[in-house]
Design a protein around this ligand. Structure first.
Ligand code: NAP
Length: 247
């Protein structure tokens, strides 16, 4: 018996990193998990891995920046399972650079994927959850959305905006029994931080009171908490999972 038995969850960006770990954990807790990502090979591998471990998972290629494709994919999940209980808006990307050299394309793409993707998924899923009069949405923001980061004006802006989106949608949907929260991770060991040099990692670690990068499981545990019954009275909040970095 898991705490999500019989529930249906959508995790975007579930082909690797934090999203894959969330999908694994939600499946272990009994949820049917719909995985969205852009890379078919990685997504299929994630689906197979979860199924091989006894979980229920189905992968769909979706670029969350594409509103029409996202709507269609979510409508398919709703038709197949009859309900959607949890949306984890996790898909995200970086295109770092100093603001004076940042191209319109790099700014727009990061905002379109990180913020636009969360908006597209929320809009479609909210319609289903409003009919059910229940549901949870967990948005993966970042500590840089709270404190900023040089070289990441586009990314930090998208993550700060996700926090504002979270609070607005939480206020809008509370009366329908839908709880909306955000998680703000610090440095987490995934492909996204994999490009850091050893020197950059050491400098980053020096600023983390707990003295280590987080694991995808550290973030997935927080997602599970916000998805489950222990968070029944929590909405519109930002849970920071960063080893103390931004306190
Ligand atoms: P990651 O390892 O780079 O994985 C990113 C995931 O997002 C992949 O599954 C990728 O799918 C998917 N994705 C990217 N663009 C997409 C799009 N347009 N449509 C659908 N899916 C897309 O990153 P991560 O570290 O796990 O990050 C997950 C989330 O946590 C992101 O929102 C990130 O901003 C946030 N976060 C990460 C850290 C960190 O230190 N790692 C810190 C704070 C916040 P494909 O495999 O198809 O490319």
């Amino acid at each position: 018996m898991g705490i999500l038995d019989g529930k249906t969850a959508i995790v975007t960006g579930a082909s690797r990193g934090i999203g894959l770990e969330c999908a694994r954990l939600l499946a272990v807790e009994g949820a049917n998990v719909a995985l969205f990502a852009t890379n078919a090979e990685r997504g299929k591998a994630a689906e197979s891995e979860i199924r091989a471990a006894g979980g229920r998972a189905s992968f769909t290629v979706v670029d969350v920046a594409d509103g029409a494709a996202t709507t269609q994919a979510i409508e398919t999940v709703a038709r197949e399972f009859g309900r959607i209980d949890l949306l984890v808006n996790n898909a995200g990307m970086t295109r770092d650079g100093l603001v004076v050299r940042m191209s319109d394309e790099d700014f727009d793409r990061v905002v379109d994927v990180n913020l636009g993707g969360a908006f597209h998924c929320t809009r479609s899923v909210a319609k289903v959850m409003m009919r059910q009069k229940s549901g949870r949405i967990v948005n993966i923001a970042s500590v840089v959305g709270l404190i900023g980061n040089p070289g990441q004006a586009n990314y930090a802006a998208s993550k700060g905006a996700i926090i504002a989106l979270t609070k607005s949608v939480a206020r809008e949907l509370a009366s329908r029994g839908i709880l909306v929260n955000a998680i703000a991770p610090g440095f987490i060991d995934t492909d996204m931080t994999g490009a850091m040099s050893p020197e950059q990692r050491d400098a980053a670690k020096a600023g983390i009171p707990l003295g280590r990068f987080g694991t995808p499981r550290d973030v997935a545990n927080a997602v599970l908490f916000l998805a489950g019954p222990q968070a029944d009275y929590i909405t519109g909040q930002v849970l920071v999972v960063d080893g103390g970095l931004a306190m």
